[in-house]
Design a protein around this ligand. Structure first.
Ligand code: ZN
Length: 509
């Protein structure tokens, strides 16, 4: 069995090396590559992708898995080797069912669609995207068709980002959350909005970057095993567990935009840097799911980075970095500004209360498209109607409506958005469990110390990588299945005093 395990790991390492090389090329494309490199870069990525797919779907790898499954049958499910075989099998089955020709067709279509979208969105030209989006919908349906036996056609697509999660479960979860969230949004937005003009001031890029880097070093981001660079749309990527990259974007007319984006990506990076080193180069060296990954970015960005305690420590330091902008602005004014809640058109600019309504809208429209209740040509109208119902405002054009997010224009329709809201829900559940185990955590945060929180997350979440499913991980770490209660409780405790809301708890339906 050991010889077979060694062979499996050697094969997986080759696949991983090809994937990591592609990740370096993609990172470079989004940071330093001159425009003239675009054509060759696309080809290089396609070549690496094809080689990795060929190696991973090799029938010999399937036979190895068959043998190893027999040999590890009596070992405990959470043993590392058993987990490696199980997780590799899940990904192997997913890869062999999809023909290589379809994978190429899809990636060519994605690249083309993305290219057109970069022009069509600024031009507010949905008509130009429509045939491409119809093709994307067709491809998404065909992809789901390789996995017959599903309940919802969205299930196999959701499975790519949140393994095991079903559309029906998401629908239920979102309905429950929506019922409790809408009254809270209504109660908050009935109050005068917080004044955030103190954030809209010129702040030099170098000072913003230095401040952000100082905070994430305190968080525990290891610069020996990571770095930060600039990009247009911030993201995290990794080339190995010893090299985890984050990117950020600086707007000099906004004091905290780059900071919160840096804290967000740092949360993703802390997860990756915390995975057990023995898993490097295998399918176990990943997050458990998109939702769990997002829970870590949101936890460090919002539950920590937008908390009052955090700013009791860091605000005097921020004022020292930006004296001309903030010297006369009280902490309370700044704290209210960074936690301003307002109905808005753009998901990525939305505050942590209304954000989920943007996500639910997209999730439901994806299902409507996939399940045939909505045609692509009617998408812009459906978007406007739903925005009006949920947020009480309607985008004046498609640029800020159905053309807004890159997701559908550079990938699948289906499974693209649920992880964001699941991340919000889980961020509060993990944070509550950590503070139950270590009641000193809030006091530490107010002193700019994050050691106990980071250690709890490493121990209970990060080190396991993809070994457990999201459900298993949440249950093990927090003692209960995923629940919206810690999240609603967190929102209420934070926003009730901020907006002077009446009542003993979150408003009900
Ligand atoms: Zn994220």
């Amino acid at each position: 069995m050991n010889a077979r395990l060694d062979e499996l790991k050697a094969r997986l390492l080759e696949v991983n090396d090809l994937g990591s090389a592609a990740a370096v090329l993609r990172w470079d494309q989004a940071t330093y590559m001159p425009p003239g490199g675009a054509g060759a870069r696309g080809r290089q990525l396609a070549t690496l992708g094809r080689l990795a797919h060929e190696k991973f779907t090799d029938a010999a790898l399937g036979r190895l898995l068959d043998a190893l499954e027999r040999e590890t049958r009596d070992l405990p499910r959470d043993a590392d080797d058993v987990s490696l075989v199980r997780v590799t099998r899940r990904e192997y089955e997913r890869s062999v069912r999809v023909p290589a020709a379809f994978v190429s067709e899809m990636s060519e279509h994605d690249a083309h669609s993305y290219q057109v979208w970069t022009e069509a969105r600024p031009a507010n030209d949905f008509a130009r995207m429509r045939p491409l989006l119809e093709q994307t919908l067709d491809l998404s349906r065909r992809l789901a068709g390789f996995f017959p036996g599903y309940e919802s056609i969205a299930d196999p697509l959701i499975d790519y980002s949140d393994p095991g999660l079903k559309a029906a479960a998401v629908r239920l979860l979102f309905a429950e959350l929506r019922e409790r969230l809408v009254p809270l949004v209504r109660a908050i937005t009935a109050q005068p909005p917080a004044d955030d003009s103190c954030l809209r001031q010129h702040a030099p890029e170098a000072d913003q970057l230095a401040f952000g880097l100082g905070v994430i070093r305190r968080y525990g981001f290891d610069l020996e095993r990571g770095r930060q660079d600039k990009t247009h749309h911030p993201f995290m990527t990794k080339f190995s567990l010893g090299d985890v990259r984050i990117t950020t974007r600086v707007r000099e007319d906004d004091l905290t935009d780059a900071l919160f984006s840096t804290l967000h990506e740092c949360g993703h990076a802390l997860y990756e840097q915390g995975i057990r080193h023995e898993y490097d180069g295998t399918p176990l060296a990943e997050g458990a799911s998109a939702g769990v990954h997002e829970s870590q970015s949101r936890l460090w960005e919002n539950l920590v980075g937008r908390s009052r305690g955090f700013w009791e420590h860091f605000y005097p330091r921020l004022q020292a970095s930006f004296p001309a902008q903030l010297a006369t602005v009280p902490l309370e004014t700044f704290y209210r500004a960074i936690n301003r809640v307002a109905r808005s058109l753009i998901r990525t600019d939305a505050d942590e209360v209304t954000y989920n309504l943007h996500v639910m809208l997209r999730f439901d429209l994806e299902l409507d498209l996939l399940e045939g209740r909505l045609e692509v040509k009617d998408l812009p109208d459906a978007w406007r109607t739903r925005m009006m119902t949920d947020l009480g405002l309607s985008p004046p054009d498609d640029r800020d409506g159905a053309l807004q997010d890159v997701h559908w224009y550079a990938g699948l329709i289906g499974g693209q958005f649920q992880g964001y809201t699941i991340g919000n829900i889980l961020s509060a559940q993990f944070f509550a469990a950590a503070t139950r185990a270590h009641p000193a955590i809030p006091g530490e945060i107010a002193r700019g110390e994050f050691g106990a929180l980071h250690a709890w997350l490493r121990e209970n979440v990060y080190q396991h990588g993809a070994k457990f499913t999201a459900d298993e991980l949440v249950e093990r770490a927090t003692g209960s299945p995923m629940s919206i209660e810690p999240y609603l409780d967190y929102l209420w405790r934070k926003y009730q005093p901020l907006y002077g809301l009446g009542g003993a708890g979150p408003p009900r339906g």
